[in-house]
Design a protein around this ligand. Structure first.
Ligand SMILES: NC(=O)c1ccc[n+]([C@@H]2O[C@H](COP(=O)([O-])OP(=O)(O)OC[C@H]3O[C@@H](n4cnc5c(N)ncnc54)[C@H](OP(=O)(O)O)[C@@H]3O)[C@@H](O)[C@H]2O)c1
Length: 247
């Protein structure tokens, strides 16, 4: 316990789903946690209260991670109030599922902006601080879809595959400063994102998962915790937490 005492973290899209489980796990291990959210205000406030009851500090940031200006203000405030940032988890993500024949440019661009461009904005916003500290742990949430592809998800697959390639390059460039950068690729996980998938399709998906069940957000969070707290000599990797759906 308290493996992250004295560390602080920023988790994007932290109010609900996988991001919330990650924020809770980091705080439970002793980290102060800054919470980014876009629209889930009540959930973000309740998360901040929950983290406060653990005796940890929090900062609440409402903002679209696909905009550079959101990062400028979040990192400026963290620098001012906390003086450093040890852990960044780029978790926020969206889907706009359509086959290529139905996909619009807007569907493509929106998913790339929120999932991939935000990841670049985030890493570029925090890297100077982490380089100065000679310490940083960056975890980018990808997806097995970025490795395997998935019907109706060309935009999402491209964004998540891009995250893996981006992560490896950032890892190479930042390694000598003791800043690690890894991608975590979940399989189908029980959150609002999966709930949007029609019941019949979810039943079909289950038949493809060797472990025969969907993942839980807490199971993804455990792997993030490993990367943030224990994986000092792990960088440029993609860690798969997917019940075997892609091997
Ligand atoms: N669930 C799965 O099966 C699965 C599988 C593989 C990978 N993933 C990845 O895991 C991550 C979390 O997904 P989830 O399943 O927890 O999804 P979710 O339940 O739909 O939650 C998405 C989160 O992203 C935030 N978000 C979306 N657009 C944002 C923006 N522009 N700026 C800031 N925050 C934004 C949302 O914030 P608000 O609610 O505040 O708007 C919300 O907290 C995503 O990157 C997703 O691609 C999920």
């Amino acid at each position: 316990m308290n493996r992250l005492e004295g560390r602080n973290a920023l988790v994007t899209g932290a109010a609900r789903g996988i991001g919330r489980a990650i924020a809770e796990a980091l705080a439970a291990e002793g980290a102060d946690v800054a919470i980014n959210y876009q629209s889930s205000e009540a959930d973000a406030v309740s998360l901040a209260q929950e983290i406060g009851t653990l005796g940890r500090r929090t900062l609440l940031f409402k903002g679209d991670v696909g905009q550079r200006s959101t990062w400028t203000s979040m990192i400026g405030k963290i620098r001012q109030d906390w003086g450093r940032l040890d852990i960044l988890v780029n978790n926020a993500g969206i889907t706009r599922d359509k086959t290529l024949r139905k996909m619009t440019d807007e569907d493509w661009l929106a998913v790339l902006q929120t999932n991939l461009n935000a990841c670049y904005f985030g890493v570029s916003a925090v890297m100077n601080m982490m380089i100065e500290q000679k310490f940083g742990r960056i975890v980018n949430i990808s997806s097995f879809v970025g490795q395997a592809g998935n019907f109706g998800q060309a935009n999402y697959a491209a964004s998540k595959g891009g995250i893996i390639a981006f992560t490896k390059t950032a890892a190479m460039e930042l390694a000598k400063y003791n800043v690690t950068c890894n991608a975590l690729a979940p399989g189908f996980t029980e959150t609002g994102m999966l709930a949007k998938v029609p019941e019949q399709v979810r039943a079909q998906i289950l038949t493809r998962i060797p472990m025969g069940r969907f993942g839980k957000p807490e199971e993804i969070a455990k792997a993030v915790l490993f990367l943030a707290a224990d994986a000092d000599y792990v960088t440029g990797q993609q860690i798969n937490v997917n019940g075997g759906v892609y091997m």
